[in-house]
Design a protein around this ligand. Structure first.
Ligand SMILES: *[C@@H]1O[C@H](CO)[C@@H](O)[C@H](O)[C@H]1NC(C)=O
Ligand SMILES: *[C@@H]1O[C@H](CO)[C@@H](O)[C@H](O)[C@H]1NC(C)=O
Ligand SMILES: *[C@@H]1O[C@H](CO)[C@@H](O)[C@H](O)[C@H]1NC(C)=O
Ligand SMILES: [Cu+2]
Length: 236
């Protein structure tokens, strides 16, 4: 009995951990891949999963801005946008974080960093995806399209809520020399730069593979959590 409880507690813990994904925003010049990257950039997240972006790259000044497969370096109308989070070179106090909750795992969610200084981060490959398909409109193709993008990536301001994912607050805490420019608010105006709100309608790619698996994992997780809670009560 004790063994069974421990096993269930372990499973529940592992699955709960899998429902929050942490993504590092920005890195350092000496890192593999350099400063301009999201680590990881290929995220699988079922409905309800939180994706926490941690602005750890110091120094850094980055955004997490929703775009579309067809137009990787311009904001998607109605998309989410963290705003510019600046991290000073030396301060290592609390790391600003921004958390999105996935609300629609049935289609891919594409994003980029819209910083242009010292050169556009998007064309340096600072892009990522949540639930990218494994064939067709893959993350690899998205990264290639971003790298091929020339000129200034779109600066339009997105909001807290995006298409398929939503945040409830702006990045925080902004302390210890960090700063935030263009903090997202609810009801943010649609970005002025191009970015079709129906970009996904031109996206004829199949649903991300793994959606079904994620969904069943979520279901199993909920079930185990429930059972774990019951077991906890019994054991207590
Ligand atoms: C961060 O980048 C934005 C956009 O380029 C800029 O407006 C802001 O001043 C920058 N912050 C700092 C502290 O450099
Ligand atoms: C996730 O939510 C979206 C929007 O409600 C829905 O279309 C989709 O089917 C859901 N995914 C799963 C696996 O249930
Ligand atoms: C580090 O944080 C302190 C306290 O907030 C601030 O006074 C200082 O300017 C910061 N240093 C840098 C390099 O931003
Ligand atoms: Cu960046």
């Amino acid at each position: 009995m004790r063994f069974a409880s421990a096993a269930i507690a372990f499973s529940a813990t592992a699955l709960v951990a899998a429902q929050n994904v942490v993504v590092q925003v920005g890195s350092v010049a000496t890192a593999d891949g350099g400063v301009f990257q999201f680590i990881p950039n290929d995220i699988t997240a079922a409905n309800g999963t939180t994706v926490t972006f941690r602005f750890t790259g110091a120094p850094g000044n980055h955004t997490v801005t929703q775009s579309s497969f067809a137009d990787p370096c311009n904001p998607l109308a109605g998309g989410f946008d963290s705003g510019f989070v600046f991290i000073p070179p030396t301060n290592t106090t609390e790391t600003p974080e921004w958390t999105l909750t996935v609300t629609d795992d049935s289609r891919p969610i594409w994003f980029y960093c819209k910083q242009l200084i010292p050169s556009p981060h998007c064309s340096a490959g600072m892009v990522g995806a949540i639930n990218a398909p494994s064939t067709g409109n893959t993350l690899a193709n998205f990264v290639s399209a971003a790298r091929a993008f020339s000129g200034a990536s779109g600066q339009g301001q997105g909001g807290l809520s995006g298409v398929g994912a939503t945040a409830s607050a702006a990045p925080s805490p902004i302390v210890g020399g960090a700063s935030l420019v263009g903090a997202p608010t609810s009801g943010a105006p649609a970005p002025t730069a191009s970015g079709s709100p129906t970009g996904s309608s031109t996206n004829t790619s199949p649903s991300p593979t793994g959606t079904g698996n994620s969904a069943s994992a979520l279901g199993a997780s909920s079930w185990l959590l429930g059972l774990g809670a019951v077991m906890g009560v019994i054991v207590a």
